[in-house]
Design a binder for this molecule. Structure first.
Ligand SMILES: Cc1cc2nc3c(=O)[nH]c(=O)nc-3n(C[C@H](O)[C@H](O)[C@H](O)COP(=O)(O)OP(=O)(O)OC[C@H]3O[C@@H](n4cnc5c(N)ncnc54)[C@H](O)[C@@H]3O)c2cc1C
Length: 399
């Protein structure tokens, strides 16, 4: 439970009175929210927080959501949910001062530059290099699947700084200017027809040493903070009962099948009830995880949430398409190839969500990788064989 609900309620009331969401520009509202420590209340004071707990944050988020406040988490998903906690855990005071407020107000959108053509699930095998050059680093290589890179002002880059070390030990994290020379962003179109994500090419891009996040060679530890927060950002949201994907399925059932008693309707109803139960179990599990998390980086419960969310989302939107009958086979738009202004979230376009949901079990770590994490870290099963664990990265065979 939140530690001090009355105090938080008072602070939220004062914020809403000073900048009523209905009549205040969203950037101005979020700036005021940050300055009052109500951005991420679990962060330290002066960094958008009050030094409280994630459970307190849930309470504040609920209150502000009810009041119609703008949501930084939707507009700057990667910055808000992944980069900000990484900056708090590993950033210098100067870096925190420089970046946190503009992340929260969404004035500066961020992307995550981890995956490469030859390094996805095994991201620690990545090849993009950062070589020291005076008080700068020279970056060369290619990233892929970089969500919102076309909108991003900055990117969180994981690069290889020492190929003589085993793969996990020779990497370093950087905060990269996406508009700087030597950084090229090219769209990648998804099954929905949209290019939410991109390829990013680095050609002698210069990054100042002051933009290094964490110690040289400590990139894996920094990246793990980002990845653990990513799983919670993707799968750990606590929606209200009957909202979100299961809400779409319930709506279609009521519109098209309520009162129908055919065998087909009974089969569909069974699938709907099974999905409803699984969605509710996931929702309550996420609620419990959010209430009990005291502070710091989330643990493997984030992988439970991410796995359950991904698999259920796919099942629910398959059900939605079946609930639509023959109409389910028709795409609802003319399938334009566009570069959207953000990540597809919360649309009621069921056809689009059916297609978009395929990515849920890949992005942020595949379902197979989530199961590996749960097997090893929760169930204590034997780990996967890791033959390259102690071998210098440059000596590991690569295709
Ligand atoms: C919509 C979307 C957005 C994304 N956004 C970003 C982003 O912003 N930034 C970023 O850095 N990356 C991003 N990614 C990349 C994502 O993290 C990777 O796609 C993911 O980690 C899988 O890597 P891969 O695609 O290279 O597949 P691979 O790693 O090549 O995997 C291929 C298959 O092998 C399986 N597999 C691999 N290893 C194991 C294992 N050890 N045990 C069992 N099975 C295994 C996988 O589950 C998968 O089925 C995004 C991906 C998608 C789909």
């Amino acid at each position: 439970m939140p530690v001090d609900t009355d105090r938080l309620d008072l602070l939220v009331d004062e914020l809403l009175a000073k900048v009523p969401p209905a009549t205040t520009d969203p950037t101005a509202f979020m700036g005021e929210q940050f300055d009052r420590g109500l951005a991420w209340v679990q962060f330290p004071e002066g960094r958008g927080g009050l030094g409280l707990t994630p459970a307190d944050q849930q309470h504040v988020a609920r209150r502000l959501h009810q009041a119609g406040a703008p949501l930084a988490g939707l507009r700057n998903l990667i910055g808000y949910g992944m980069v900000a906690p990484t900056l708090v855990a590993h950033g210098t005071p100067e870096q925190q001062e420089r970046y946190l407020r503009s992340i929260f107000t969404c004035e500066e959108i961020w992307c995550q530059l981890f995956s490469e053509p030859g390094a996805g699930s095994d991201v620690a095998s990545l090849a993009t290099s950062a070589q020291p050059d005076g008080d700068e680093w020279l970056v060369n290589g290619q990233k892929v699947w970089t969500t919102v890179a076309h909108l991003a002002r900055f990117g969180l880059l994981l690069a290889r700084t020492d190929p003589d070390q085993p793969k996990h030990r020779g990497m370093t994290c950087f905060l990269v200017d996406m508009h700087g020379p030597g950084v090229e962003v090219r769209p990648l179109y998804q099954i929905t027809g949209e290019a939410e994500f991109n390829e990013v090419f680095f050609t002698d891009a210069r990054v100042p040493d002051a933009s290094r996040l964490g110690a040289v060679g400590d990139g894996w530890r920094v990246a793990v903070t980002t990845l653990m927060n990513e799983r919670v950002a993707i799968g750990g949201a606590v929606s209200r009962r009957d909202q979100g994907p299961i809400g779409d399925a319930l709506r279609l059932w009521r519109e098209r099948w309520l009162g129908v008693t055919s065998p087909e309707a009974q089969v569909l109803r069974d699938r709907l009830v099974s999905s409803w139960i699984r969605s509710e179990v996931t929702r309550l599990t996420n609620l419990r995880a959010a209430e009990t998390r005291q502070s710091g980086t989330p643990g493997p419960e984030g992988s439970v949430a991410k796995l359950a969310f991904a698999e259920e989302n796919k099942r629910i939107y398959e059900l939605c398409v079946d609930l639509m009958g023959a109409e389910g086979m028709l795409h609802s738009s003319d399938y334009p190839k566009v570069r959207p202004g953000g990540i597809t979230l919360g649309t009621t376009d069921v056809h689009k969500m059916f297609l978009r949901a395929r990515a849920n079990s890949i992005e942020g770590g595949t379902s197979e990788v989530m199961r590996n994490i749960l097997g090893e870290r929760v169930l204590g099963l034997p780990g996967e064989p890791r033959a390259d664990k102690d071998v210098a990265w440059k000596d590991v065979p690569r295709s």
